[in-house]
Design a protein around this ligand. Structure first.
Ligand SMILES: Cc1cc2nc3c(=O)[nH]c(=O)nc-3n(C[C@H](O)[C@H](O)[C@H](O)COP(=O)(O)OP(=O)(O)OC[C@H]3O[C@@H](n4cnc5c(N)ncnc54)[C@H](O)[C@@H]3O)c2cc1C
Length: 503
């Protein structure tokens, strides 16, 4: 096996991984490993924006309170404090590196999103915020020669010896390489692909969580999956996200009969929190025996829509839906994983030598439910923190000899791989999705357990290893959801609905 030695290893090239790599670059050589092309990540597709307390009407304290409220009592208050306090500095730094957020005249333009009590969402080119952030971070990293980018390289597992993490085994062009590092930052993003309907890109298969779990890291809060209420529902179209900001700007939800319905479920209507809106849509779809509802923005000025939502307008038009004149068919979809590899506020996991940041990590910032647009900020703030701490607590891989390094690849392919993948995604969507119960979760677990033999091997293709990791991650979500018997935040069990709030 080829052995590569580097000072720092970063796994993933979204906002968290790139920000960590930039932080590490002044301290030594950095490898950024990513399984697809560099920009392919959830970050690249993030639309609505990034939350930060920088507007005249806002304060750090109010951002703190809104985040805590969304987390439904389960946020780690120290982590939230770090996020809201350090957010403005990280954003100003990004602007100094060339990020162009939309402005109104010379001032930054802030928009509103559900569950925020102030206008605090920065956006870029209307609805391409993530793309702008990814562009700026890639450019910055390109100008730092110590950062080496290793694309289409797939991390199979972490290198763990005597309880310490010394790097990762990587599959590249069919061969396994061992990359040894003094510190490893895991930034592999989320796991939306375990659900049949998801806004996440194909790379989001939970690899980092599964690898950390196999390595013995503490994994936390996996039952908390946020579902986005509105993804495009059209036979030939991808499950493209229709940003919350559409509802923020006045878009109306209508059922299959084109009737408004959301206020029958919640007095805040279209601007109620994400999980409330998602559950209302699912209930309305069940009531009207339909597979989707509609989002209607036709009452707004067409030129304004095209200017404010250029990417959404163009994408829908590609699938023959002119959102300025037609209703958009939508359905909820898995969007964001609040849980993940447990870290402290410095990005330390339970394994020395291993750090985690971004969606793969569970800092406790989001509690039981994420406040919209806090995740890009989390990637920036905790990516930078994980880098700083990684420098402080390096371990020495000098003693690791090549004979300590083994990862036998199975020559087998997973039999019926496509069928297994589809069956997991269907079982998770139908039984461990927006509305769950002990019975439905047990059904999901039965399906997952049918293939537990798949977990025993490491395969020679990315596709097969992704299926293994999807199984592992699904298992973690379902078993955590079974354990948490009460409904809280995004985890809603209809066999234990939340107590009604009595004013
Ligand atoms: C459509 C969409 C819209 C969103 N809109 C917003 C928004 O408006 N505001 C907001 O705050 N958040 C938004 N989010 C959420 C936010 O984009 C993500 O939470 C955030 O970008 C995650 O960043 P990350 O760096 O942790 O992971 P990602 O950006 O997903 O990056 C993960 C990286 O890890 C790599 N990787 C994964 N597994 C492996 C492996 N085995 N080996 C090597 N590399 C691997 C991937 O290729 C990728 O480069 C949105 C998400 C989606 C999907």
């Amino acid at each position: 096996m080829e052995v590569v030695r580097v000072d720092y290893l970063v796994i993933g090239s979204g906002v968290a991984g790139l920000r960590a790599a930039i932080g590490l670059a002044s301290e030594g050589s950095v490898y950024v490993i990513t399984k697809d092309e560099l920009k392919e990540s959830s970050t690249e597709y993030a639309q609505g924006g990034i939350a930060v307390a920088l507007s005249d009407e806002d304060t750090i304290g109010i951002h703190f309170e809104d985040t805590i409220k969304a987390g439904d009592g389960l946020c780690d208050e120290d982590a939230v404090r770090v996020l809201v306090n350090e957010g403005p500095e990280r954003i100003m730094e990004l602007i100094s590196w060339g990020a162009e957020f939309d402005r109104s005249g010379t001032k930054l333009a802030f928009t509103m999103e559900a569950a925020h009590s102030r206008r605090r969402i920065l956006h870029a080119q209307g609805d391409s915020t993530g793309r702008e952030i990814e562009r700026v971070l890639i450019n910055k990293a390109r100008n730092m020669p110590v950062i080496r980018k290793y694309s289409f390289a797939y991390v199979l597992d972490l290198i763990i010896i005597d309880g310490l993490c010394y790097g990762a085994y990587v599959l590249k062009d069919g061969q396994v390489e061992a990359i040894l590092a003094q510190a490893t930052v895991l930034a592999t993003g989320g796991a939306g692909q375990v659900y049949l309907r998801t806004t996440n890109p194909a790379v989001a298969t939970g690899d980092g969580i599964a690898a950390a779990f196999r390595a013995g890291a503490v994994i936390e809060d996996m039952e908390f999956v946020q579902f986005h209420p509105t993804s495009l529902f059209a036979p030939l179209a991808p499950q493209f996200l229709l940003s919350e900001a559409l509802r923020g700007e006045g878009a109306i939800l209508r059922n299959i009969h084109k009737e408004e319905f959301i206020r029958n479920y919640h007095p805040e209507g279209e601007l109620a929190a994400r999980d409330i809106v998602s559950r209302a849509i699912v209930s309305e779809m069940q009531r009207t025996k339909s597979r989707h509802v509609y989002l209607d923005i036709t009452h707004l000025d067409a030129d304004y829509i095209k200017k404010r939502f250029p990417r959404i307008y163009r994408t829908c038009l590609k699938y023959d839906i002119d959102i300025t004149t037609e209703l958009i068919p939508v359905c909820p979809a898995a969007h964001y994983l609040m849980g993940g590899v447990k870290t402290d506020t410095a990005g330390r996991t339970s394994i020395p030598g291993l750090f985690a940041a971004g969606e793969v990590a569970c800092t406790g910032v989001h509690g039981a439910n994420r406040l919209a647009s806090n995740s890009l900020l989390e990637g920036l703030v905790f990516g930078a923190r994980a880098a700083a701490e990684a420098v402080n607590s390096r371990i020495s891989p000098m003693e690791v000899s090549p004979s300590d390094l083994t990862l036998p690849l199975s020559g087998d392919r997973i039999e019926d791989a496509d069928e297994i993948r589809q069956a997991i995604r269907k079982a998770m969507w139908e039984n461990a999705g927006i509305i769950r119960s002990s019975k439905s979760l047990s059904t999901a677990l039965e399906t997952i357990n049918k293939w537990d033999h798949v977990l025993d091997k490491t395969y020679s293709t990315r596709y097969d290893n992704e299926i293994k990791n999807m199984l592992q991650t699904s298992y973690l979500i379902v078993t955590s959801a079974l354990k948490r018997q009460e409904s809280v935040g995004a985890h809603y069990r209809n066999d234990s609905p939340p107590e009604p709030h009595i004013p």
